[in-house]
Ligand binder design. Structure first.
Ligand code: AOF
Ligand code: ZN
Length: 382
């Protein structure tokens, strides 16, 4: 019985340290692309000797940081890490080699790295050096945190989070797209945090023309963590006087234009600091109907190519429904406020009822919470 109790205590300690590593890793979300935001903790006899997370820009890697903190004390210690230590020579030598050289005797790793340069070889290298390697603790949490990296290496597109803020009657704006406050202060703070944890935010040109949004992070102390702002603007209609164009020199603004967009407009917007990316036109499929517009899959491929791994889509109805009907949304954040708009308001999804998400076997609730007077429900595809 003593042995059993000891095993349970050891498992509980493993879980606690891995959860700490996950928390540390999340500090880098939105700031490490194209690298995943990894966390690492080094522990000996229950004492934490070093903590690390992937630094801004993706280097140094988490393990190297934690090993540097632990120094000589790492000899004989356990490393908890939220992703398989790398085995490839990248911008610095492989983390697996550093772990071996430091004398770590056990590695608890949350999940294998699907990057073909690694893909199990990091774990193999550690085992070959005589290190005890346990893989899979908190794998689901780690997969969620690394979703951007996994999508990038597996599907050559970003992980896409679709945010929808709707009224009690499933509307996102008043008739004529007149803006209206739907959700409150708590929701705003939560959305800004989500922005900071994303590499880029995307909206359609309709949202820019209707709302003139800034799409930055305005949380105290986090103002510098605004992601790249991306606008789907096939014919480059964005006004030179918009807040987005005005702030393009402080916070990057990428405009996704059709191949046939006017060259003069591209030059003018480029001179204002925007970066114009041309993508092929292809009718997107909404509600079984083909409609002209940018090829969303091509847009996502172009963003991935440019290093975006975590993309937040904030509107409007047309982009949202195209993403949903083309199965390109990986998560949906449905924020429901107390406001009621009325039947003449703008529907959350263009030509699709919201029940396409809320009452469909294609989506299931992962999480639900109150944000002041509002509710946030997060849906995952089934
Ligand atoms: C780790 N620890 O903290 C991270 C890893 O371009 P490089 O050389 O930085 O390598 C990038 C790859 O390293 C990336 O695609 C992913 O497979 C892995 N990221 N690995 O051991 C870390 N961020
Ligand atoms: Zn590494």
């Amino acid at each position: 019985r003593v042995e059993k109790a000891g095993k349970a205590a050891a498992a509980a300690a493993d879980l606690r340290f891995m959860q700490l590593a996950l928390t540390l890793g999340r500090r880098g979300l939105g700031r490490t692309a194209t690298n995943p935001a990894v966390g690492a903790v080094i522990v000996k006899d229950g004492v934490i000797l070093g903590r690390g997370w992937t630094e801004v820009g993706g280097r140094p890697h988490a393990e190297v940081e934690a090993l540097a903190r632990a120094g000589e004390a790492a000899r004989g210690a356990t490393l908890y890490v939220t992703l398989e230590p790398c085995s490839h020579v990248g911008r610095s030598p492989p983390c697996a080699d550093a772990v071996i050289a430091a004398g770590i005797t056990r590695v608890v790793s949350a999940i294998e790295d699907p990057n073909p340069l690694v893909a199990g070889q990091g774990h193999d290298k550690l085992r070959a050096a005589g290190i005890a390697v346990d893989v899979g603790l908190c794998a689901a949490e780690a997969a969620r945190d690394h979703a951007g990296h996994f999508r990038r290496v597996r599907d050559r597109r970003p992980h896409v989070v679709l945010k929808l803020a709707v009224s009690t009657d499933d509307k996102i704006a008043r008739a004529g797209h007149k803006p209206v406050a739907i959700t409150g202060e708590e929701t705003r703070a939560r959305v800004h945090l989500l922005r900071a944890q994303s590499d880029a935010i995307l909206v359609g040109i309709g949202t820019v023309l209707a709302d003139d949004p800034e799409l930055t992070v305005r949380l105290p102390g986090m103002e510098k963590q605004s992601p790249i702002r991306v606008v789907l603007d096939p014919s480059l209609r964005i006004p030179g006087g918009s807040k987005l164009v005005h702030s393009a020199r402080q916070t990057p603004l990428w405009l996704i234009a059709s191949e046939v967009a006017e060259a003069a407009a591209a030059t003018r917007l480029g001179a204002a600091g925007a970066h114009v990316i041309h993508v092929a036109d292809r009718p997107s499929i909404t509600d079984g109907q083909s409609r002209p517009g940018l090829d969303l899959a091509a847009v996502l491929a172009a963003l991935s190519e440019k290093g975006v791994t975590r993309l937040l889509v904030e509107g409007g109805a047309r982009v949202a429904s195209a993403l949903v009907s083309e199965n390109l949304a990986d998560e949906i954040w449905l924020l429901r406020g107390e406001t009621t708009i009325g039947a003449d308001g703008v529907d959350a999804l263009d030509r699709l009822p919201l029940t396409t998400i809320t009452q469909s076997s294609g989506w299931r609730v992962r999480d639900s919470e109150r944000l002041g007077p509002d509710t946030l429900t997060i849906y995952d595809p089934t």
